[in-house]
Design a protein around this ligand. Structure first.
Ligand code: M6R
Length: 615
């Protein structure tokens, strides 16, 4: 939700900032803007729409060269996506420029105060007040970092702020509360960004900023303090992927690249987590075995696709550990006064590690005395940092807004946690756990095989481009897979898509079935739990009898479904609980191809942003 870049060093700041914004455009693409202190003043440009509009504007009217700069790509909250509401925002004298991610909740009061003092505010945004307040505080202190600290102490809400001032042109100042901001440290240069992807081409040395901290960037160093001005402790880390990981690498879209990377992402997430004896060793789970044995309930909190991973995890956790498990949308969690205690293990799943709903839910859980384990893909992000322990997925950077490889690796991480709980609590024998681990280690190969057979799925998707509705059905772990298939289609193809538990169909949704309505059915393995399989075969017959066009995803060798499938998509045979890892892949490909066929932007679907840092 909004991407922010700041740079100070010896390079042309505009080039660095624009390249950084390009890498962050997935975070929001309603408008973009830059500001550069140069020639004793401050030059700024901003445009509604995608970054390309700003690029064009900069060609038509180039800004003076400078070696300090800031930039922003916006996902609109306050005010429509217009030029006026685009960031940066400047004070009336045009000496200070600020960019912002988040929501300043008390902006109306501050705006009224400023107007009373004679400031003229030109936009509808909550951000603009900060530029004016910074200008006032800078006049009094002549110190941009101190001015930022003073302003931040007056703000409520969530914010990352980055500012430059014409009177101190070699400094960039940033601040963060409840919103992401990382520092990149290079040779004689430093960077600020919402995500390391913005500066990965320049340095892999990063610093994690904590809550309520202000950072001052100069060529010769970085100073971090709290909002109160006291020096702050920070954690430096090395980013373990390089610039090529955040590039399309020859694919038309990041989503296609990320779908193709799934076998590796799955294998990498297992790597190093199984010891020579075949046992699980999850050193990162810094919650003692004693405490894990005491756990009497698991609660999973997550949003969107990560929530679907949680729904699947519930089946594995309850089956392997016999601990009751609830899965809750993080955005709903704290508002229903959930029953939590020190024996509840809360698992927060988030690709970005910055989703505000999930962050607020985990804070609520910790306040109630529960231990929180984060499953996350982004090193240095807020959710793992505020959790008691973190298990990282090793998907690498996921740039496309629609989550794919992160989802598959979240599933793998959830299976690992479930098995680890079973190991610690002794609810499964070592050889049983070993057998599942062997199945898990074969799953990357199964995903690879699915990817090799996707051409008919693409062809089918193209034939459905003019349809309005697609339904998805599943049972057991296939039900969350159906939900995920529907979510992918909504967000990418902008089609009406719904996922149902196949058994629920007869309780209402079957009324939706009409002639030639495409219905995708995820069929469980015929080998295990054959009751489940038989039931879904009946469900397929029921909808086909009512005219539905059935698109059936079934395991190789499952002949029982073949007579009722208008289109049959084969996946390799996989143990039931693990089947979602392979069954989801055709649905991702299907949605991606339908989006392309409908002329939609695959990587940047309308109205969405990759990381949702507002509630
Ligand atoms: O970063 P997170 O995993 O916390 O994000 C959660 C959701 O916003 C995310 O999964 C979203 O639903 C995706 N766009 C789905 O493809």
């Amino acid at each position: 939700m909004c991407g922010i870049v700041g740079y100070v060093g010896a390079q042309a700041a505009l080039d660095v900032v624009m390249a950084g914004l390009k890498r962050l455009e997935y975070r929001g693409y309603d408008s973009a803007g830059v500001a550069v202190p140069a020639d004793g003043g401050l030059a700024a440009a901003k445009r509604a729409g995608k970054l390309v509009n700003l690029e064009k504007a900069l060609v038509e009217r180039p800004l003076p060269a400078g070696t300090t700069g800031i930039g922003h790509t916006r996902w609109a909250t306050h005010g429509a996506p217009t030029d006026a509401n685009a960031h940066p925002h400047l004070d009336n004298a045009g000496r200070v420029a600020v960019v912002h991610n988040g929501i300043i909740e008390n902006f109306a009061v501050l705006r009224a105060e400023l107007t009373e003092r004679g400031h003229d505010l030109a936009s509808e945004t909550d951000t603009e007040v900060v530029a004016h307040l910074l200008a006032e505080e800078f006049s009094a202190t002549a110190d941009l970092a101190e001015a930022m600290r003073l302003v931040c102490r007056r703000l409520t809400g969530a914010f990352t702020l980055v500012a430059v001032h014409a009177d101190d042109p070699d400094v960039v100042v940033g601040a963060r509360r409840n919103s992401p901001l990382v520092v990149g440290v290079g040779e004689g240069e430093a960077f600020l960004a919402s995500d390391v992807a913005a500066f990965i081409a320049h340095t892999r040395s990063a610093i994690e900023l904590g809550q309520d901290q202000v950072v001052e960037l100069r060529r010769d160093g970085v100073t971090v303090t709290g909002f109160d001005g006291r020096p702050a402790e920070v954690r430096s880390y090395h980013v373990d992927w390089d610039a090529s990981a955040a590039e399309k690498g020859g694919y038309d879209y990041f989503m296609l690249k990320e779908i193709a990377e799934q076998p590796k992402a799955v294998a990498d997430t297992l790597l190093g987590r199984i010891d020579a004896a075949g046992s699980l060793s999850l050193d990162e789970v810094r919650i003692g075995a004693g405490e894990l044995r005491e756990v009497d309930k698991v609660v999973i909190i997550a949003c969107g696709t990560a929530f679907h991973a949680g729904l699947i995890a519930k089946y594995a956790i309850e089956h392997w550990t016999r601990i009751p498990c609830e899965v809750e949308l993080a955005s709903e969690f704290r508002y229903r006064d959930p029953i939590l205690g020190h024996r509840t293990l809360v698992i927060a799943i988030s690709q970005s590690g910055e989703t505000m709903d999930t962050l607020m839910a985990l804070r609520h859980a910790r306040e109630q005395g529960s231990k929180v384990l984060a499953i996350c893909n982004t090193n240095g992000s807020t959710i793992p940092r505020e959790s008691d322990a973190a298990l990282y997925t090793h998907a690498g950077p996921e740039v496309a807004v629609a989550s794919t490889k992160a989802f598959l690796t979240q599933l793998v991480a959830c299976y690992l946690v479930a098995l680890y709980l079973a190991q610690v609590r002794g609810t499964k024998w070592g050889d049983e756990i070993g057998a599942v681990i062997r199945d898990l280690s074969r799953i990357a190969g199964a995903v690879e095989r699915v990817l090799e057979t996707m051409e008919p799925v693409r062809a089918l998707a193209r034939t459905l481009a003019s349809k309005d509705t697609v339904l998805f059905l599943g049972r057991h772990v296939g039900y969350p897979v159906a939900l995920e298939g529907a979510l992918k289609l909504k967000e990418l193809a902008y089609m009406h898509a719904e996922g149902f538990a196949a058994g629920e169909l007869k309780h209402g949704p079957i009324a939706l079935i009409e002639e030639d309505l495409p219905v995708v059915v995820v069929v469980p393995s015929p080998q295990a739990r054959s009751v489940l399989h038989d039931k879904i075969v009946s469900n397929i017959q029921e909808i086909r009898a009512r005219g539905a066009r059935t698109i059936v995803i079934a395991e190789e060798g499952d002949e029982a479904v073949a007579p009722y499938a208008d289109h049959l998509i084969r996946i390799p045979a996989t143990p039931t609980l693990l089947q979602p890892v392979v069954a989801t892949v055709p649905l991702q490909v299907f949605a991606c191809e339908l989006a392309t066929a409908r002329g939609n932007e695959v990587d940047q679907p309308r109205n969405l942003a990759k990381s949702v840092t507002v509630e």
